[in-house]
Ligand binder design. Sequence first.
Ligand code: ADP
Ligand code: MG
Length: 559
Amino acid sequence: MAIIGIDLGTTNSLVSVYRNGNVEIIKNILEENYIPSAVAIDEDERILVGKPARERIYRYPEDCAIEFKRQMGSIDRITIGNKHYLPEELSAFVLKKCKEEAEIYLNEEVTEAVISVPAYFDNQQREATKRAAKIAGLVCNRIINEPSAAALAHRMKMGIEEEQYIIVIDFGGGTLDVSLVDCFENIVEIAAVSGNNKLGGKNFDEQIAKEFIRENQLEEESLSPEEYSLIIRKAEETKIALGGNEQVTMRCKLKDKLYTMVITQEKLLSITGNLLAALKEVMVRVIRDAGCTIDEITDILPAGGCCRLQIVQNYLKELFKREIAVSDDIQELVVKGLGYYIGIMEQKEGMKGILVTDVCPFSLGVNTAGVSINDVMSIIIPRNSTLPKQASKEYVPVSEGQKEIVFSIYQGENYYAEENKKLGEMRIELSPKTEESQKVLTTFSYDINGILCVEVKNSQGIKKKKQFLGTGNVSSNKNIFEEKYLPRELEEYTAIHERLQNLFAEANEWNRESILKWLMSIEYAKEYEGYVENIKILRNVKRCIREYEEYINGEDIFS
Ligand code: ADP
Ligand code: MG
């Protein structure tokens, strides 16, 4: 049975498989190689996943959820319509969709997956990801850091033999991950990782939207959620349309009034300079951590949609003082890497013996009540240790007659334990004898899946062991798949139908007439049984939409 690789992205999710000596990216029913990470509920209370859900968000923001990856591991529920879901349940919908598309593509059942997560994800977030897989009916054997996967894809694609020291800059929709990857002989080893899980393309969209609101003297507070959501969408479209062009015009119609803003590369740079500074900050941290110089880095590997931005590329070029090669598949690097990884796991021909290692992205340690007087964090596994890692330290009580030691387990880089993230507690009783016999050996084992296991052992050999899953393990208690679903064969119609309604809402009277015609033919096709006829209608309407959008986006009312 095939194992699939899933890049469960903040914005888009991709699926790959290793077949016939190659990585294949799985195309879905919409003939696209990505599934938007979006979930929505329609007027018939049916669950929509992927593109239909993504299209619906502009008119019904309250019925849709996106970017839930940012809340992964949290126990706060996200509301769509009148239903409430954990972030991991929403992710499960997306994973289930990935699984189903893979099953159709491969024509066999799929039960196993390797899933990637940002390197900066902590224990709770990794555990939540595994739980999401389980809810979706997948066993997730291994969680891989996204940058490790990207570096592996780069190396395999280029057929590189010699030693490389690669900086992977994965700048996605909602997260930034920067890693240094050391490749030598048959080893792909992460030397250091750092990231910011609140920095991504979305922030660029928000800054553009903010500027748009400011320039047009709109009041943010008086905008409805639908209007704000429309401005955000227009901002994203403008950002993408800018590409390598000198300038584009952002247009947005609100309450029947057209608002515009011209955006140039220079203006984009001036309103998003703080985001670039934040990007630099993460890169500096990772290079410092690895203890290397810029010259020692052999390859700069941009990954993730944001690296398509000209200003980001220019910025990298300036910082690294060299040309930056941006490949067409930067948004697919991670999923391709997962595919190669599966090839390695399955020991496929030509893939044997490559070893992919990973590091722990943060320090792990304890603060002990009754061991140290102050609140300092005692680090047991330092940040960026190669995984799997096991380390032990001995602790003795501070006061005489003390009956037990309570270990608080923390993760983080702050000097004071309290300022770090507490994962849990462990207690162990002490033998009341001599000081020598009161030693407690604390062992941390951190595995390749980012799961921490702590063992404490007192001098009488009494042991206690615990796995740290964090607070996120309030697992879902309902069967989310009992919901009514949009049938797969209606997905394309629905996505187009939603898109047309979005276009209709923004169009002028003249254009509305044509859109109305397309809407009607799609509604007709949805009802009509004749398969061949349906395909023709779909194809035709899709072409009309494409031409219409080209016309609308190319129309510059100032020129
Ligand atoms: P994630 O891995 O977080 O799911 P991706 O790597 O797919 O995300 O990147 C998605 C982000 O990339 C979005 O914010 C999107 O607006 C942005 N993006 C996609 N294409 C372009 C482009 N051509 N220019 C600029 N940004 C882009
Ligand atoms: Mg990504």
